[in-house]
Ligand binder design. Structure first.
Ligand code: IPM
Ligand code: MN
Length: 356
């Protein structure tokens, strides 16, 4: 009997629904081809729903998502809603609730996609960032005293637990081994200034490294990583880092792989329910025009299948994406692809069907 998976779909805001629509089309095509079943259940949350009802993340939705094997998310964020409400109330809440302690962000420059880095090509840009996803500055520790007064105080603390740091670092070593490329893991930190948090990270990293003699290790400060990522991206294989640094360096990394139209990520709980999303956001100015690039969302779908254990299907999607990028799509930016959003989805489906 073929396998069957329950996928919770959260199309969300802005261009999220358009991107996720193409993703679902591609996932359905590949599931028919490889012979497994995907049952999609839709959940309506996001900025529009919040504006209409005042609800951010109702318990009934969390309960529904809990019954899924994975969550497939478009984008959360609305220009009319104060920053932080939806991001913290939905995205971060889900990451924390499902203990998705890894944010996995592959960075790969595909053939046919242009990078802003001179003289670098697909052979040079192929690495993965493993970002801790439940702690650090995102934990929400701190507060404001005397708000609005001249002697106001704001404190925002970075929380780093041995357990949280160790499980993230272990995941990165395991991932690096399984990836089996350069077999090099780089810790990205700031040991020269953040001498508490990154002392814990560095000690844990060095201890865990002893269990992985086949993986070479390296360390770079976060500011230097930003420099090396542009100057010598070929140095990297897997990078592991905390939540805040990971957030920042993966936007930089997304640009060198061609931009937000391509960048996908997974919020992963290796023993629970993971959530996959294009990392670009809701792009409100392109909403409803059928011009947004769906490839980041489609690659997020591939990452989801890979994590669910359907590696062949994931590879099949990636191959079709590679072909579209090499032969068809002129530019990965919204409105410049030479094709509409739905046409790009259709082309990818066509290549999946033809694939041997
Ligand atoms: C990301 C986003 C989120 C983050 C925001 C929207 C809360 O930037 O997924 O990288 O900071 O993690
Ligand atoms: Mn970000």
């Amino acid at each position: 009997m073929s396998k069957s998976y329950n996928i919770a779909v959260v199309p969300g805001d802005g261009t999220g629904p358009e991107v996720i629509g193409e993703g679902v089309k591609v996932l359905s095509t590949v599931s028919r081809k490889i012979d497994f079943k995907l049952n999609f259940t839709y959940f309506n949350i996001g900025g529009e729903h919040y504006k209409a009802t005042g609800e951010i993340l109702p318990d009934s939705v969390v309960e529904g998502l809990s019954k899924s094997d994975a969550i497939y998310l478009g984008a959360i964020g609305h220009p009319d809603v104060q920053p932080g409400i939806l991001e913290k109330g939905i995205l971060l809440n889900l990451r924390f609730h499902f203990d998705q302690y890894i944010n996995l962000r592959p960075v790969k420059l595909y053939e046919g996609v242009s990078t802003p880095i001179k003289d670098k090509g697909p052979d040079d840009i192929d690495f993965v960032v493993v970002r801790e996803n439940t702690e650090g500055l995102y934990a929400g520790a701190g507060g404001i005293l005397k708000k609005g007064k001249p002697d106001e105080v704001a404190v925002q603390e970075s929380i780093n637990t041995r357990k949280g740091v160790e499980r993230c670092i272990r995941y990165a070593f395991e991932y690096c081994r399984k990836r089996n490329k350069k077999k090099k893991l780089t810790l990205c930190g700031k040991t020269n200034v953040l001498t508490f948090a990154f002392d814990l990270w560095e000690r844990t990293f060095n201890e865990v490294a002893k269990e992985y003699p086949d993986i070479s290790t390296d360390y770079a400060h976060v500011d230097a990583i930003c420099m090396w990522m542009i100057k010598n991206p070929e140095w990297f294989d897997v990078i592991v880092t905390d939540n805040m640094f990971g957030d920042i360096i993966t936007d930089l990394a997304a640009m060198i792989q061609g931009g937000m139209g391509i960048a996908a990520g997974g919020n992963i709980n290796p023993v629970g329910i993971s959530m996959f999303e294009p990392i670009g956001g809701s792009a409100p100015k392109y909403t409803g025009q059928n011009i947004i690039n769906p490839i980041a969302g489609i690659l997020a779908g591939a990452l989801m299948l890979d994590t669910l254990g359907e590696e062949m299907a994931a590879l099949c999607i990636e191959n079709a994406v590679k072909k579209v990028l090499k032969d068809d799509v002129k530019d990965v930016s919204a409105g410049k692809m030479g094709f509409t959003t739905t046409e790009v989805g259709d082309l990818i489906c066509k290549y999946i069907e033809k694939d041997e």
